[in-house]
Design a protein around this ligand. Structure first.
Ligand code: UDP
Ligand code: MG
Length: 332
């Protein structure tokens, strides 16, 4: 049976929330009356998550597939691994923590049926996040939209639907440290967004620290826009030309109006300008470092994730090369 819907869920240390996720996800999907599969990717959890996923796979073998990573490769690498296993015509991504209620999946599918190939979502209210994340996300949205032309009202919301075509395109990219909603958006022909309910994290705590969120947003910016890099060459040029003109003008003026030695001392009094320029240079250097870092990761071309094993019902209809080799018993 080929499913119509593939639900992709990255899981990292979610033992506290998985029972409730299972209890709500499957009934919500059953109610859709369409063949579906749930692909869980265990991103190297150190708690009992992996065992719980395997147990769930035994309980619902027809609808459940579990990809076990050999270590922690990050949420977006987990989603990419999930995409590589998608068989459905449409894929829906979801966080495990129930901040995106599974009961809202049908809204994405309704929009998909209307002909949209990328259905983003907007949380109708941010709940359960630290206060600074709400403010930060607003600011980040403005900057991102200006620099990357990617329109996402709510970039933090992972509850999204992608057509199979987009999933295949994402699978073709070899990009390191990417941000799936943005990457997929660049492949979309008819993107749209729907408003979905939003809840507090059902249990456990956020897997992202302030630093990791900062990293994510640098990745988003440098992964999808060259503007910061180019901005610095323009800004640097303007500052350099401007400061030379100002300096020459000031020097001429002081030579004519001040006694010679006073004028000389005034010329050395450039600390403030120097601070400013040094700050700019360091920041510019940092931006260059962001891109160089990406290039470095890209040229290393390491696998973005390593799968320990995949647990799923072996489907006779699926062609596997190994089955074509006659076993020793058959030969005997
Ligand atoms: N996650 C993951 N690998 C990680 C961090 C997070 O697979 O290294 C998963 C996590 O289990 C959850 C989703 O990504 O399903 C979002 O994580 P979280 O809810 O902690 O992020 P937040 O909602 O705080 O942004
Ligand atoms: Mg969350």
């Amino acid at each position: 049976m080929i499913p119509n819907l593939s639900v992709v869920i990255p899981v990292y240390n979610e033992e506290d929330v998985l029972p409730e996720l299972f209890a709500r996800l499957y009934p919500a999907l059953d109610a859709l009356n369409t063949p579906y599969e749930v692909i869980f990717i265990n991103d190297g959890s150190k708690d009992r998550s992996a065992g719980m996923l395997l147990e769930q796979q035994r309980i619902r073998p027809n609808e459940t597939r579990v990809v076990l990573f050999s270590g922690n490769f990050g949420q977006h690498s987990a989603i990419i691994a999930g995409f590589a296993h998608v068989r459905g015509e449409v894929a829906v991504t979801l966080d495990a923590d129930l901040q995106n209620p599974p009961e809202e999946i049908y809204k994405l599918l309704v929009a998909y049926r209307e002909g949209f190939d990328y259905v983003g979502s907007i949380r109708d209210m941010r709940r359960g996040d630290a206060w600074w994340r709400g403010a930060a996300s607003k600011m980040i949205n403005v900057v991102r939209e200006k620099t990357t032309k990617i329109k996402m009202t709510d970039q933090g919301c992972m509850l999204r639907a992608y057509s199979r075509r987009i999933v295949d395109l994402v699978n073709q990219t070899r990009e390191v440290r990417t941000f799936i909603p943005a990457l997929a958006y660049t492949f979309a022909i008819h993107p749209t967004e729907v408003v979905v309910a939003h809840a507090e994290r059902a249990a456990g705590e956020s897997k992202y620290s302030f630093y990791q969120l900062l990293r994510l947003n640098f990745d988003l910016m440098t992964g999808f826009s060259l503007l910061p890099l180019q901005m610095f060459s323009l800004l640097g040029m303007a500052v350099a030309v401007g400061s030379v003109i100002t300096y020459l003008g000031l020097m001429a003026y002081r030579m004519f109006t001040l006694p010679f030695w006073d004028a000389m001392r005034a010329l050395l009094d450039r600390d403030i300008l120097q601070f400013f320029l040094t700050g700019m240079v360091l920041f510019g250097l940092g931006i260059v470092g962001e891109y160089v870092g990406r290039i470095y990761l890209q040229v290393r071309d390491r696998p973005r994730y390593v799968i320990d094993r995949v647990v799923e019902q072996t489907d006779a209809a699926l062609p596997t090369g190994a089955n074509d080799i006659p076993s020793a018993r058959n030969l005997a």
